[in-house]
Design a protein around this ligand. Sequence first.
Ligand code: SF4
Ligand code: F3S
Length: 103
Amino acid sequence: AIDPNFEQSREQVGEENGVTVWGPVDPPEQLGIHGTHVAVDYDICIADGVCLENCPVDVFTWVDTPDHPESDRKVEPTREDQCIDCMLCVDVCPVDAIDVDAS
Ligand code: SF4
Ligand code: F3S
């Protein structure tokens, strides 16, 4: 599962699609955590898609991640500023790849 304390345990290494990336990153195998308020661990995500399909405010966008061992696409939280903290995505992801900081 995603480490909910990633803001302490990891460092920001850059930005992709307007979203902060938390390392370590070593593409294509290791892609880090994408997002801060809505955070997706790209190294855990298997592209199930139930988060993107059910988010009431369309926070997520598909991005291609060719040659990543878990899946060749991931969800980018491109509109994390729109998140209403419903926690649906956190609850439905089958591999617990998402953390939402609702505090
Ligand atoms: Fe969307 Fe709710 Fe997840 Fe926020 S917590 S990203 S609103 S599903
Ligand atoms: Fe990935 Fe979980 Fe969404 S596997 S696509 S973060 S439901």
